[in-house]
Each structure stands twice: as structure tokens, then as C-alpha cells.
Design a protein around this ligand. Structure first.
Ligand code: APR
Length: 261
């Protein structure tokens, strides 16, 4: 549906849509945090872990086979995320929510906490969080374990203090695991009930998160895509802004703030 627009034209079209939208749902993926320096899934495969396939590490099977390896890999990512800051895109989204009369809902596939650190409340972390650990047997929540500042190939997981049988695992959704039901239901609802859906930095490859923009599109709700590259959403997006999150979002929100009464 979208036609080829320059970034400026696309931004203007997006600003016009944003001006009239009261209920705004923003869906974010790995590209949202790229300019903060959060390594994407594959970029994280450096150093000690470069010889491991990420899809082999982010599975219940990998955990069962080698908990210390899996634990160390996630704790290294905890350290990496703690050492970076939200970017101008995260900050713009937080500002959007403060525009009078706007109800902005954030649904993210990211397991970092950069939206929260920019001041946003996240409605749904569809793929869990690096900061929500739990027992792998009794599921009782546990504090995030100590994350060393240097990478270790193996770190034995903490033992659950509640049941004393399980090990503390990262609260992320691994391949082959279901999404958290309540969060996915909430995400479906805000995509169906929105006046505008904005999709930022997600390729649209990973299901079922990738179905969400289509729920909006099927109801005639405008969908804005912000991504430097074409994605699986491009074909049906109302407007595609070929720019980065930190480039496009501040310009969009500045224009909105300037005219909001
Ligand atoms: N700003 C906006 N988008 C960007 C930027 C940027 N600075 N840099 C890259 N992108 C875009 C890429 O062009 C791509 O379309 O971000 C998208 C990232 O796509 P994926 O790496 O597939 O990330 P995502 O869609 O979030 O992956 C979904 O897969 O790896 C698993 O569970 C993990 O949550 C993740 C899920």
C-alpha cells in the first residue's frame, strides 16, 4: 500500500497521522536499541560465544544441556545492557506519552530495560526481560544474579532459595517457549483498539509478535513503520520511514509537541 516517499515526506505523513491519534500503540524490536549499542542477537555472538549458534543457546534444550554456559551468556548480556543508555528514540517515545490527550502503549520484543530507563512504562515485554529471573522448577521470582564485568564462558546458576531444587534461569522467552499469555493478550488488545500503530526496528520475522501490526492493518488502523531497511511490514504499512529510531522519532515527537494544545 505504501508508495515510495522521501524520508521528509514520510515524516510529514506520519506527523499528520500522529496529530489526530489519541490511542497510540508502539511496537519495538531490536532496532530500537541498536543506537544505544545493545548488540543484536547475532552481534552478541562474539568472543567466548562466537562458536555457538544463538538459536542453540536460547532454547530450553540448551539450558537443560549446559546451564552454566547459558547462564554465563545471559549474565554477560545483563552487564552489556547495564553499561549502555537509552537513545534519543527511547526518549522521544517517553515524551510522546506526556503530550496532553495521548494514551501511548508500548509493546516490545526487547529484553533490555531501555524504555523504562528513558521514563516509559512498558505494557508488554513479549519476550521477557533480562531483569526478571526465576526458578526453573518452582518458577518463583529471584533477583538478577551478579553479572561480572568480564565475560566468563561458564557460570553455575544460583540455586533457588525457595524450593532448593531448581536453578535460577533468565526470565526471557526462549525459542520453543510460549509468550507470556497476559502480556500477549494485552498487546493484541492495544493493537486492535489503537488509532495508530507505530512499528520500530523489527524485521517481522519472529512469530507470533509479527502478527500484531497485521491485526491493526486488518481493521484499517494506520500503521507507521520506522526502519532503515524494508521489513515484512513494508508492503502493508501506511507510511514507511526509512530512517533509524533515534533519527526519526525525535523529529516526529518534536513536531507533535510543537502543535499540541
Ligand atoms: N533503528 C531502527 N531500526 C533498525 C535500526 C535502527 N537504528 N538498526 C536496525 N534496525 C532494524 C533492522 O533493519 C531490522 O529490520 O531493526 C530490525 C531488527 O530485526 P531483528 O534483528 O530480526 O530483531 P527483532 O525483529 O526484534 O527480532 C525479534 O528475534 O532474536 C529474536 O527474541 C529475539 O526479540 C527478538 C526477536
Amino acid at each position: 500500500m505504501s508508495v515510495d516517499l522521501t524520508v521528509r515526506e514520510a515524516l510529514d505523513a506520519a506527523i499528520a497521522l500522529a496529530r489526530t491519534a489519541r490511542r497510540v500503540t508502539i511496537l519495538t524490536g531490536a532496532g530500537m536499541s541498536a543506537e544505544s549499542g545493545v548488540p543484536t542477537f547475532r552481534d552478541a555472538q562474539t568472543g567466548l560465544w562466537e562458536h555457538f549458534d544463538p538459536t542453540e543457546l536460547a532454547t530450553p534444550r540448551a539450558w537443560a544441556r549446559d546451564k552454566a554456559l547459558c547462564n554465563a551468556w545471559y549474565l554477560w548480556r545483563v552487564h552489556l545492557v547495564r553499561s549502555v543508555a537509552p537513545n534519543a528514540g527511547h526518549e522521544a517515545i517517553a515524551r510522546w506519552a506526556t503530550v496532553p490527550g495521548r494514551d501511548v502503549r508500548i509493546v516490545t520484543q526487547n529484553i533490555d530495560d531501555l524504555h523504562e530507563r528513558a521514563g516509559s512504562t512498558v505494557l508488554a515485554h513479549l519476550h521477557g526481560s533480562l531483569f526478571a529471573w526465576r526458578c526453573d522448577i518452582c518458577h518463583h521470582p529471584a533477583p538478577t544474579p551478579h553479572a561480572p564485568a568480564t565475560p566468563h564462558e561458564r557460570l553455575a546458576p544460583d540455586r533457588c532459595k525457595r524450593c532448593a531444587h531448581g536453578d535460577i534461569r533468565p526470565g526471557v522467552v526462549w525459542f520453543e517457549e510460549p509468550l507470556p499469555e497476559a502480556e500477549f493478550d494485552a498487546a493484541i488488545e492495544v493493537c486492535r483498539e489503537a488509532d495508530l500503530v507505530v512499528v520500530v526496528g523489527t524485521s517481522g520475522i519472529v512469530q507470533p509478535a509479527a502478527t500484531l501490526p497485521h491485526l491493526a492493518g486488518a481493521r484499517g488502523i494506520p500503521v507507521i513503520e520506522i526502519d532503515p531497511h524494508e521489513t515484512l511490514f513494508t508492503e502493508f504499512a501506511t507510511v514507511s520511514i526509512r530512517a533509524t529510531a533515534a533519527g526519526a522519532l525525535p523529529a516526529l515527537v518534536d513536531a507533535l509537541v510543537a502543535t499540541a494544545g
